[in-house]
Design a protein around this ligand. Structure first.
Ligand code: SF4
Length: 426
């Protein structure tokens, strides 16, 4: 007689259909918001490539509630935010699910961002949208492994330019906005340049990076300001989504400006370069295939070469200083953490804090999402060391999660600003 053994229940993976060339013709791709300036340009790159592409507007409380409904609540806050935003859009009735696809980032590293696509597939299936394709945005897409979207060299270059110009506009506008003589003039100038750059991307306009960058810098160099550099500068570092997404960080930039500060936010391209240096750094301690290490170093060289054009222009500017290089950031992090910390923001988070302090910006807000272990290690975890090395460091960490009250966040910012204003040289 056969012995009956309880068979384990094997759950079928949640599969959503693959995004095909036909889907590209009929479906609108929805992408969650992250950094409003950069993503307005990023959208133009996909539109130029023949996709219907829409970056969703900012996150509201309803999106977070949707995220909590479909994502396990022990998962990090950014996962809840992005999944919630996409499910909310599908449920809104504004988009026909038969003509919609979802895009979500996937880093293929050691943290939850590797699982975002799976979270979204499960959430979409649970919410009754199992037939909506999910497109993971990862290196696979850049390698041309996603059917329906053939990323070629031209598209990759435009993506890079979207982030290059996005970083420049972000830097210049944050530096001018608190001092604008005519209220709203800086954001209006950003809007003008977003539209101008979108037009250039959409029409395949041939241009030199240096020409556009020089005109952007000139416009911000000559905008009318009052009381320049009289406020304490405050750096914002931390997890990428919470750092850049105004809805996810409860409008942190506006809050700091209201409290009398001038915000400095690191470049998104630094994060991309940090990802690119992963193989190069690992090569120093373990075996990495020769070609992978070479690709990593070549990619960094190519990107930094383009950024040098912007650096040269900023060097001549009246108001703005050039951005640092990824090589310099590596050197800053090395004495404190291993540059093999490549999960989440890894060593970059530590390096950005050191860079700000060494550039004379000791006031730093380190944003920490709930459930984010890697960034707690290289963010909160290094504060003691930073304070012992830099006596003037005025760093506060702010936690973001679906339940954290804005009052707590505001109190921490007020405390940081009180110290920053007190230490401001007369
Ligand atoms: S870095 Fe942190 S918050 Fe971001 S996906 Fe990874 S675990 Fe989540």
């Amino acid at each position: 007689m056969p012995i009956l053994i309880d068979q384990p229940v094997v759950k079928q993976p949640h599969r959503t259909p693959e995004f095909t060339a036909h889907d590209k013709e009929i479906r609108t791709i929805l992408c969650p918001q992250m950094a409003p300036i950069h993503f307005a340009l990023f959208q133009a790159v996909f539109e130029n490539h023949g996709c219907r592409f829409e970056v969703l507007p900012e996150v509201d409380r309803g999106a977070v509630e949707e995220g909590l409904r479909y994502v396990n609540n022990d998962v990090c806050y950014p996962a809840i935010v992005v999944v919630g935003q996409l499910i909310q859009a599908l449920k809104s009735g504004k988009y026909d699910p038969d003509r919609t696809a979802l895009m979500i980032s996937q880093t293929c590293g050691g943290c939850r961002s590797t699982n975002y696509a799976t979270f979204l597939k499960i959430a979409a299936a649970k919410a009754g949208f199992h037939h909506v394709p999910v497109i993971p945005f990862s290196v696979d897409i850049a390698n041309g492994n996603t059917k329906g979207i053939n990323v070629n060299y031209k598209m990759l270059k435009k993506m890079f330019l979207a982030f290059l110009y996005g970083d420049l506009l972000q830097k210049l506008s944050n530096s001018c906005r608190p001092y604008e003589t005519v209220r709203g003039s800086v954001n209006a100038l950003v809007e003008i340049w977003i539209n101008r750059l979108r037009k250039a991307i959409l029409s395949n306009e041939k241009h030199h990076v240096a020409d556009f960058a020089a005109r952007i810098v000139h416009d911000f160099d000559t905008i009318e300001l009052t009381g320049e550099r009289t406020r304490p500068q405050v750096g914002i570092v931390g997890e990428i989504l919470v750092k850049y997404h105004p809805g996810a960080n409860n409008h942190l930039i506006s809050l700091i400006e209201q409290e009398g500060g001038e915000v400095v936010v690191p470049n998104i391209l630094d994060f991309m370069l940090y990802c690119l240096t992963s193989d190069e750094q690992r090569k120093r301690y373990s075996h990495v295939p020769f070609l992978a290490g070479l690709k990593s170093s070549a990619g960094v060289w190519l990107i930094e070469r383009q950024r040098n054009k912007i650096r040269n222009i900023l060097q001549k500017s009246r108001r703005f200083a050039p951005m640092g290089t990824i090589r310099h950031l590596i050197q800053l992090a090395e004495p404190i953490v291993s540059t093999c910390n490549h999960t989440g923001e890894g060593w970059l988070l530590t390096a950005e804090m050191v860079e700000l302090i060494e550039e004379g910006i000791p006031n730093i807000v380190c944003v920490q999402p709930f459930g984010c272990l890697p960034n707690h290690v290289t963010g909160k975890g290094v504060l003691k060391e930073l304070r012992s090395r830099y006596a003037n460091a005025n760093i506060t960490t702010i936690d973001y999660d679906p339940g954290s009250t804005e009052v707590n966040q505001l109190n921490r910012i007020k405390l940081l600003m009180a110290v920053a204003l007190r230490n401001l040289p007369k």
